[in-house]
Write a protein of this length. Structure first.
Length: 93
C-alpha cells in the first residue's frame, strides 16, 4: 500500500465557543457564540423547568446549553453544505 509522503505541515486551527447563561426563576436562557476566526455564528436557546420537577438549576443549564450547541452544529452543517454546493453562475465566453 502506498505511503503518504506529503511535506506539508498539518494545518491547525482553534475555534472558540462562548456560552452565556441567564437564569430568571424557572427559565434558563443561553446565548452561544462560535468564533472560527473566519466566521462568527450565534444561537439563542432556553429551557423552562417543569413545575412538577425539583428546582435543580444545573438541569436547566444543561438543556438550554445543549439546545444552543445543537443549533450551532446545524448552522455549521448548513454552511458546509452551502459552501460545497455547485454554483449556478453562468460563465460568459
Amino acid at each position: 500500500m502506498p505511503r503518504h509522503t506529503s511535506t506539508e505541515k498539518p494545518r491547525t486551527k482553534q475555534w472558540s465557543v462562548r456560552l452565556d447563561l441567564f437564569e430568571e426563576g424557572d427559565l434558563t436562557k443561553v446565548h452561544a457564540i462560535l468564533d472560527t476566526g473566519d466566521t462568527t455564528l450565534q444561537s439563542r436557546a432556553s429551557a423552562q423547568r417543569n413545575p412538577h420537577d425539583a428546582p435543580v438549576p444545573e438541569i436547566g443549564d444543561e438543556y438550554a446549553a445543549g439546545r444552543a450547541l445543537i443549533d450551532l452544529g446545524n448552522q455549521l452543517l448548513r454552511a458546509g453544505s452551502t459552501d460545497t454546493a455547485p454554483s449556478d453562475v453562468a460563465t460568459s465566453g
